[in-house]
Design a protein around this ligand. Structure first.
Ligand code: GZL
Length: 315
């Protein structure tokens, strides 16, 4: 009888331990798939490097896929990780907003939690754990507010859009347009995509400068710094002074944009932190431990007009 009681006690204790097993706080030993959009901009590359470094520091086995800007490559990578059978979670940086329902459902059916990072998806939030990102609408509002005050509400603006269909482009445009709509003198005279790519930003700006009287252009609003830097090159090649003849405002706060700020060739950038790996991995650990999470974990960013101001905030 004593033996039976002993066995029962061991089984109860074992049940308690097994039911209480939790993933380590940092995610050590987990296998996580990271579907990255590509390397279209300096910010994207710094984001990739930051996530990989964070995984390394935490002892996470990171499976990395660069989709070369193609949604089909992201979907294929996610399906491969589902088929692999030993992937604990997936982190997805979606290139565009639509077209994710099916593969997110497949991941959920396979019991693999998905955390969205950076851009957004239009899928039902029940299909992913949470989204770690900045507020793109706010970034657009900050850029517009700066330009309104810099021009006393009187400016003809060239807009260099990011990737068509991406949340970053759509929402930054929404935020910017909301603010300038309050000032009748603020007008977007050209709006074209440069796909967040430096060379395309230069090409689009050069073609606009060739077709429009440059004296009629007050400012460039670029959805990211890479396109702004491309536009700066085009403005200089047209014999004009970027940052003076034509103001420039953009988003990302990449190292190169601070060189342009130092040279007086651009005027303002809105910070976009590349350090979303930590919050994303924390969300994976929390969800694997059965914790409920909010559907959005925001990452903040400020507008900077000088390197000194940025450095003061990033000691
Ligand atoms: C925005 C991000 C954008 C960056 C660009 O969060 O998706 O994509 O602003 C990048 O540099 O291409």
């Amino acid at each position: 009888m004593r033996f039976v009681r002993w066995i029962m006690l061991v089984l109860i204790l074992l049940g308690l331990v097994l039911s209480g097993i939790s993933v380590s706080g940092q995610g050590e030993g987990l296998t996580i798939g990271f579907s990255q959009i590509g390397s279209e901009s300096a910010w994207r590359t710094s984001f990739t490097v930051a996530v990989q470094a964070e995984a390394e520091a935490r002892g996470i086995n990171l499976l990395f896929s660069d989709a070369q800007q193609e949604q089909e490559n992201q979907i294929a990578a996610i399906r491969a990780w589902i088929a692999q059978g030993d992937v604990d979670a997936i982190i997805l940086a979606p290139v565009v907003t639509s077209g994710w329902d099916e593969v997110l459902q497949e991941a959920q059916d396979a019991g693999i939690p998905v955390v969205i990072v950076d851009r957004n998806v239009d899928s039902d939030p029940s299909l992913y754990v949470t989204r770690v990102s900045s507020d793109f609408v706010h970034e657009g509002r900050l850029a517009a507010a700066w330009l309104v005050q810099a021009t006393s509400g009187q400016c003809n603006i060239v807009e260099l859009q990011g990737t068509v269909g991406s949340a970053a482009a759509t929402d930054r445009q929404t935020g910017f347009n909301e603010v300038i709509a309050l000032f009748s003198g603020m007008t977007i005279i050209h709006s074209e995509t440069g796909n967040f790519v430096r060379t395309e930003g230069k090409q689009v700006m050069a073609s606009i400068l060739a077709s429009e009287d440059p004296a009629n252009i007050c400012a460039v609003w670029a959805h990211n710094d890479d396109m702004a830097i491309g536009a700066i090159e085009a403005i200089k090649e047209a014999g004009l002074q970027p940052g003076v003849d034509i103001l420039v405002v953009s988003v990302d706060a990449i190292p190169d944009i601070f060189n342009s700020l130092d040279a007086g060739e651009t005027n303002a950038t809105v910070e976009l932190s590349p350090f979303m790996g930590g919050p994303a991995f924390d969300a994976v650990v929390a969800t694997l431990n059965g914790e409920e999470l909010p559907k959005w974990i925001p990452v903040a960013g400020k507008l900077y007009t000088t390197r000194a101001a940025y450095d003061a905030d990033h000691q």
